[in-house]
Write a protein that binds this ligand. Structure first.
Ligand code: ATP
Length: 349
């Protein structure tokens, strides 16, 4: 009997409604070429849902998503909805509830795509971002915000369990690559949380003596991303630093629209969620010009996670061929629309 995966598709808002259908088509085509099936159920969760129902997803939303093999996600957020809500009420809830503690964000140069760096030296690295704690736990308060003595407090939480599991993931990943981990830190100033981060990662590093390990401050890392990105292999970061560095990674490739990502529960106890690194880009939504390449990369990462490496590689190769043949989306100087680009990738599969 043909194997069939059940995928929860959550386009969200804005260009999520363009890239998720394009990505689903590519996914289906790759699956059928490799002899397995993909079944999609669609969920209208997001800021649009919030405008109608006052919540980003229904009370049983997480219980519903839990039964799927994976979640294919576009982006959430609309200009007329409070910008603090999408992460709190959708993205962080899914990531935390499903123990998706790895945010896997690869960066590489694409053939045929002009990048902002003058150097032609190739680069290929992965930002492994801790995805459930750190600076984004949203523990804190605002005290007397309207008074002259007002203040805002956010607390970062770094637990041994949280640090150890992301560190083990990064070192195991490095063993499958060029065996090099760079731990991003700022322990010279964040002397409690990040000194502890450094210490626990150092202990884990001691169990992987075949992997080279170094620490790098976030300020130096940002500079090195631009000056010599080829020195990186696996970049292990906290939640906030990884958020910023992966957008910088997208920019290094030539556009935010090129970056794919996976929110991964490595133990596969819960579904993992795959999404491009960009947001809902309401300024270009509805025009059919959004760049779907980050979404194609995300569906390839999904297939890899599901154990379908052959189909995953086929999508990456077909995307490479499409871009190298000069079919480029508008944000990187081309004129190929979202759907037309999906058609070209499917032809190249
Ligand atoms: P978020 O905070 O959710 O990451 P954001 O407000 O930082 O979102 P994005 O939605 O990621 O912003 O987009 C920033 C800009 O980059 C958009 O306004 C859009 O012009 C461009 N952009 C992002 N993604 C794409 C894409 N896939 N194709 C084309 N342009 C894009």
């Amino acid at each position: 009997m043909t194997k069939n995966y059940h995928i929860a598709a959550v386009p969200g808002d804005g260009i999520g409604h363009e890239i998720v259908p394009a990505g689903s088509r590519v996914l289906e085509a790759a699956a059928s070429a490799s002899g397995f099936g993909m079944h999609f159920d669609h969920f209208d969760y997001g800021a649009g849902y919030y405008k109608k129902h006052g919540v980003f997803m229904p009370a049983d939303g997480l219980a519903t998503l839990k039964d799927y093999d994976a979640i294919l996600f576009g982006a959430v957020g609309l200009p007329d909805v409070d910008d603090t809500l999408p992460a709190k009420d959708y993205t962080f809830r899914v990531r935390t509830h499903f123990e998706q503690y790895v945010n896997y964000r690869p960066v590489r140069n694409w053939k045929g795509v002009q990048r902002p760096l003058r150097s032609k030296q190739p680069f290929d690295f992965v930002v492994v971002r801790e995805n459930t704690e750190g600076e984004f736990v949203q523990v804190g308060s605002q005290v007397k915000p309207d008074s002259a003595d007002g203040m805002g407090i956010d607390t970062s939480i770094f637990t041994r369990k949280g640090i150890e599991r992301i560190a083990h993931y990064a070192f195991r990943l490095a063993r499958t690559r060029r065996k090099h981990v760079t731990t991003v830190t700022k322990s010279n100033t964040l002397i409690n949380s990040l000194t502890y981060w450094d210490r626990v990662i150092g202990e884990v590093a001691g169990q992987y003596l075949d992997v080279e390990h170094r620490y790098m401050y976030i300020d130096a890392t940002s500079a090195n991303f631009v000056l010599k990105p080829w020195i990186f292999d696996v970049v292990l970061t906290s939640n906030l630093f990884g958020d910023i560095l992966s957008d910088l990674g997208g920019a290094l490739m030539g556009s935010l629209g090129l970056g794919g990502s996976g929110n991964i529960n490595p133990e596969k106890e819960y579904p993992s969620m795959f999404e491009p690194i960009h947001g809902s880009a309401p300024d270009i939504a509805g025009k059919g010009i959004s760049n779907p390449v980050g979404m194609f990369w995300s569906v390839a990462l999904m297939l890899e996670h599901l154990g379908e490496s052959e189909a995953a590689n086929a999508i990456m190769e077909a995307t490479d061929k499409t871009l190298a043949a000069g079919y480029l989306p508008v944000d990187i100087g081309g004129s190929t629309g979202t759907e037309a680009l999906a058609d070209k990738v499917i032809q190249h599969l």
